[in-house]
Design a protein around this ligand. Structure first.
Ligand code: SF4
Length: 366
């Protein structure tokens, strides 16, 4: 993938994770693309580029919008259920997924998409004023705006808020240590379970994502959930779903929640049909047989597929209807009320009551 030269001077804040190569180019080490840039060139993500012999992040302090969402929409089903989260993103992405459902943001080349300007302090203040319990770095991949996300996250933590990353997990080894240090929870896409899929549809590598998942699960305190968007004919075959589920069970453990969500025609894949509900249900059955404890369906109305069941006695411990919590049978310690089995996650004595509401927020004028 070629880097691009921009005729205009890049403006932004200094970016981290890069070094000079012997041939005079700069290599960005933030993600496994390792873009190699000459003066004036931008990386594939478009928002990072070289100016005056250093890397700049050009989207610091600029957002594509702010919204208060239910935490279940991220999706996170085991992290402060029922609570509101302030969500925001910027522009650009370090993967090129043909099926992207946020493509207007992720492929944004014009910064006019970045309507809202907000400092880290303003974002945290807005989250507190709105009653949010956490801030989500989402819509486009927060890896590419790491410096902005970390500055917000640092202040958020000081002020008693949690931080949530929604990411594809395509991040370099050194950078991931800093990034996940600040994240209390993450939903990471496991987009498929073949290198061929990542190569053809995302121009990325599965192995790098698997490495991130093992790192987050075993070497950080970040609560981890996974999402796989099942696309008809691309990654929804029995053998692939089975291999993916087996890997999660063996390498991450059965307590890591896995969300199978439905594809809808989008971006460069308008001709591919929506995922039938039966495909999601079948995937859930396969993952159950693989030994996973918490498997969810997403982007469809499916109360049983969106509720949480105790792995010990199969009691429904959290009932859901879309993002509404309809029943709650957890002890204040996060155990099943019926049998006492621990349900992994971050729980409080009672769930929040935010429900399905989606509330756009304007933090400051452009
Ligand atoms: S973050 Fe990734 S895509 Fe962006 S410049 Fe760095 S290596 Fe390239």
């Amino acid at each position: 993938m070629k880097s691009r030269t921009d005729n205009t001077r890049l403006k932004g804040v200094p970016g981290r994770y890069w070094h000079f190569l012997d041939d005079g180019r700069i290599q960005c080490d933030l993600c496994p693309r390792y873009c190699k840039l000459r003066e004036g060139q931008r990386g594939l993500c478009f928002v990072r580029g070289r100016q005056d012999d250093r890397m700049l992040l050009t989207t610091y302090g600029r957002s594509s919008g702010f919204c208060i969402d239910p935490i279940e929409k991220k999706p996170l089903n085991h992290f402060l259920p029922g609570t509101p989260v302030l969500s925001f993103g910027t522009a650009g992405c370090n993967l090129t997924c043909k099926f992207c459902q946020n493509w207007e943001i992720s492929t944004a080349r014009q910064m006019d998409r970045l309507m809202d300007r907000a400092s880290p302090e303003q974002i945290v203040e807005a989250a507190i004023a709105a009653g949010a319990r956490s801030i989500a770095y989402t819509y486009n991949d927060p890896v590419i705006f790491l410096e902005y996300a970390v500055d917000v996250a640092r202040i958020a933590r000081e002020r008693g808020l949690k931080n949530v990353a929604v990411t594809a997990g395509y991040i370099g080894r050194e950078a991931r240590e800093e990034f996940f240090h600040w994240m209390d929870a993450a939903n990471i896409d496991l987009k498929a379970f073949t290198e061929d899929f990542y190569h053809r549809l995302c121009t990325g590598h599965l192995k790098d994502v698997l490495e991130t998942l093992e790192y987050v699960r075993h070497e950080t305190g970040t609560w981890l959930e996974l999402t796989t968007l099942l696309i008809p004919g691309k990654n929804d075959g029995h053998d692939e779903v089975s291999a993916l589920s087996d890997w999660v069970a063996e390498r991450l453990g059965p307590q890591v929640p896995l969300h199978f969500s439905a594809f809808h025609p989008d971006n460069q894949m308008q001709a591919t049909p929506s995922t039938p509900r039966q495909t999601l249900t079948a995937a859930r059955d396969i993952a159950t047989k693989a030994g996973l404890w918490f498997i969810y369906t997403g982007n469809v109305h499916d109360r049983p597929g969106q509720s949480t069941y105790c792995p010990g006695c199969h009691t429904c411990v959290i009932g859901r209807d879309w993002y509404d919590i309809t029943s709650w049978a957890l002890t204040p310690e996060g155990r099943c009320e019926a049998c006492g089995s621990p349900i992994g996650g971050v729980f409080e004595a009672q769930p929040g009551t935010w429900g399905n509401t989606r509330m756009p927020l304007r933090i400051s004028a452009a």
